[in-house]
Write a protein that binds this ligand. Structure first.
Ligand code: ZN
Length: 191
């Protein structure tokens, strides 16, 4: 287990650990959100009688699908966060900030914490820097989005009375503005 801190036998005090976070972590989670990556996770840990106080610094980059052209793009990762690992036989749900483990354990596994921290640190919109998208894919996506827009507009009209979700509404608005800016460009080039 690569992202494990063995604390059994450690005296009270401060410790540091470094982990390489590579493709294997992202491949072990079958969600396609992150396709690969290369990061380092630096862990500062204070061990006391009743808990481990952990500060994690994760830096590097991951590979995601670009929201604009759908090709792979590198997204920088920069995460700082704190985690308390409390020793108790009372085991509450892990909520991302406090983890409970039995005093009988020898080590704590940070795999899920590291993975989730990286996912949470990613921007909502993951795109190539301006001008670096695949132009062929953009052209194809432009054609697709016209059909997509009609379909979604029809769906939205049907769903009007029950209301559409905020996310769907935002996507629709984004799609609409993209269509308008494209048709605007067409008109300009014709005149
Ligand atoms: Zn792109």
């Amino acid at each position: 287990m690569p992202y494990v801190i063995p604390f059994k036998g450690l005296k009270e005090g401060d410790y540091e650990f470094d982990f390489k976070v590579g493709d294997s972590l992202f491949e072990s989670y079958s969600r396609a959100e992150i396709l690969g990556g290369d990061c380092t996770a630096h862990i500062d840990m204070h061990r006391s009688e009743t808990m481990l106080e952990i500060h994690a610094s994760i830096a590097g980059s991951v590979v995601c699908q670009c929201d604009r052209c759908l090709e792979d793009c590198d997204v920088p990762v920069s995460f700082e966060g704190d985690l308390l690992v409390r020793f108790s036989d009372r085991t509450d749900d892990y909520d991302g900030e406090v983890m409970w483990i039995s005093p009988a354990e020898d080590s704590v596994d940070l795999t899920q914490y590291i993975y989730e921290s990286i996912v949470l640190s990613l921007p909502y919109r993951r795109v190539h820097p301006e001008g670096e998208c695949d132009p062929d894919m953009l052209a194809r996506f432009g054609v697709m989005s016209a059909e997509e827009f009609d379909r979604r507009a029809a769906e939205a009209e049907n769903a009007d009375n029950c209301g559409i979700g905020e996310e769907a509404a935002a996507r629709l608005a984004e799609l609409k503005s993209r269509m308008e800016s494209q048709s605007g460009a067409d008109e300009q080039s014709e005149s």
